[in-house]
Design a protein around this ligand. Structure first.
Ligand code: GDP
Length: 364
């Protein structure tokens, strides 16, 4: 599955947010067997209103959302790259995630100490980014030294790795994260294998006080500007509110949200933003037994999409019977879509689209 790491300085609201994410009724929807894997890893449902609509049309007995994981990565402080705090452990945890949710304190509260003694989310972001950049530079220097022997042997992969590492180093030495390096499609695989911390996509999460949950505040506006300048995404939430909502059942939560003048829970926006950041999309399988959502990277072909359900589906793939989401809704299901000529039979080279309702045929 896909994993997002929650990072940030101490006392910015990471645990509050993580607890809300993993305790909320929506996150635990569907009697899915693995809810919390480890204390700091939460497996959450990806909210998608389309799924229930499909289930209603098909009369599905069960609704099973797709899921993604969040990892609470505590322990980053100034100096972590040099082993301060939980330093190395922290960095190892970040290496394993696909993307980073960077929580920034955008609330004033004299009762909650700030480790740096002032409220300045842009400066906080820089503190953390600097630690990650130093860690990347250290690891690049180490790896370049290790590669030099292989280079003399003319190892092709070593040559490629060496070139990519040097490009990353140029960016980092200019004070820019590795994600600013332009990577071609052919280089993507090797680039990912380098697992540089600052190459991972980042979503800035502005944690604002309760009263600003819907609007944001002047601090979150600064983060928004910073994010835009870096080509990064951001969301505004109040971790406190999310924590309260997570204790409520679905009806109570809806009432609470409308009383607060909010359209949807911040967590839903956060999860969706993470999904988008990771370049993921959803397809559906729908029948009388269950309506289910599945996650695939954008650009996935039909056989690999089938493989998410079961390896045999991919190996024995014959074809995918396909109805687009809008067609399914407009024509009230598969039969109606068929009558309207919206039922397609797609082969091995079909690139699955977001919202496709699929039925795979395969050789067992
Ligand atoms: P972490 O160290 O980043 O995991 O931070 P915590 O989630 O433990 O939060 C640190 C403190 O800040 C706790 O006392 C929280 O209750 C408080 N806190 C978190 N979010 C908010 C918020 O939005 N407003 C206020 N006033 N306090 C918050």
């Amino acid at each position: 599955g896909f994993k997002m790491g929650i990072v940030g300085l101490p006392n910015v609201g990471k645990s509050t947010l993580f607890n809300a994410l993993t305790k909320t009724a929506a996150a635990q929807a569907a009697n899915f067997p693995f809810c919390t894997i480890e204390p700091n890893v939460g497996d959450v449902a990806v909210p998608d209103a389309r799924l229930q609509k499909l289930a209603d049309i098909a009369g599905s007995r069960e609704v099973i959302p797709t899921r993604m994981s969040f990892v609470d990565i505590a322990g980053l402080v100034r100096g972590a790259s040099k082993g301060e705090g939980l330093g190395n452990q922290f960095l190892a945890n970040i290496r394993e995630v696909d993307a980073i949710a960077h929580v920034l304190r955008c609330f004033e509260d004299d009762d909650v100490t700030h480790v740096e003694g002032r409220i300045d989310p842009a400066a906080d972001a820089e503190t953390i980014e600097t630690e990650l950049m130093i860690a990347d530079m250290d690891s690049i220097e180490r790896r370049l030294a290790n590669l030099s022997r292989k280079l003399r042997g003319g190892d092709k992969e070593a040559v490629e790795q060496d070139a990519l590492l040097r490009r990353a180093l140029v960016a980092l030495e200019a004070g820019k994260p590795a994600r600013t390096v332009e990577i071609s499609a052919e280089e993507t695989r090797n680039w990912r294998m380098l697992q540089l911390l600052t190459a991972k996509p980042v979503l800035f999460v502005c944690n604002v006080e309760e009263s600003s949950a819907g609007t944001g505040n002047s601090l979150s506006a600064k983060v928004a500007a910073m994010a835009e300048a870096q080509g990064a995404a951001h969301v505004v939430i109040s971790a406190r509110i999310e924590e309260e909502i997570s204790q409520l059942d679905a009806d109570e939560a809806a009432m609470f949200l409308s009383e607060m003048g909010l359209e949807e829970a911040g967590l839903d926006r956060l999860i969706r933003a993470g999904y988008q950041l990771l370049g993921l999309q959803t397809y559906f399988t729908v029948g009388p037994k269950e309506a289910r959502a599945w996650t695939i990277p954008v650009g996935t072909l039909a056989p690999q999409a089938a493989g998410v359900i079961h390896g045999d589906f991919e190996r024995g793939f014959i074809r995918a019977e396909t109805v687009g989401y809008d067609d399914y809704i407009t024509h009230a299901g598969e039969a109606g879509a068929k009558d309207a000529g919206k039922f397609r039979v797609e082969g091995k080279s079909y690139e699955v689209r977001d919202g496709d309702v699929l039925h795979f045929l395969f050789n067992a």
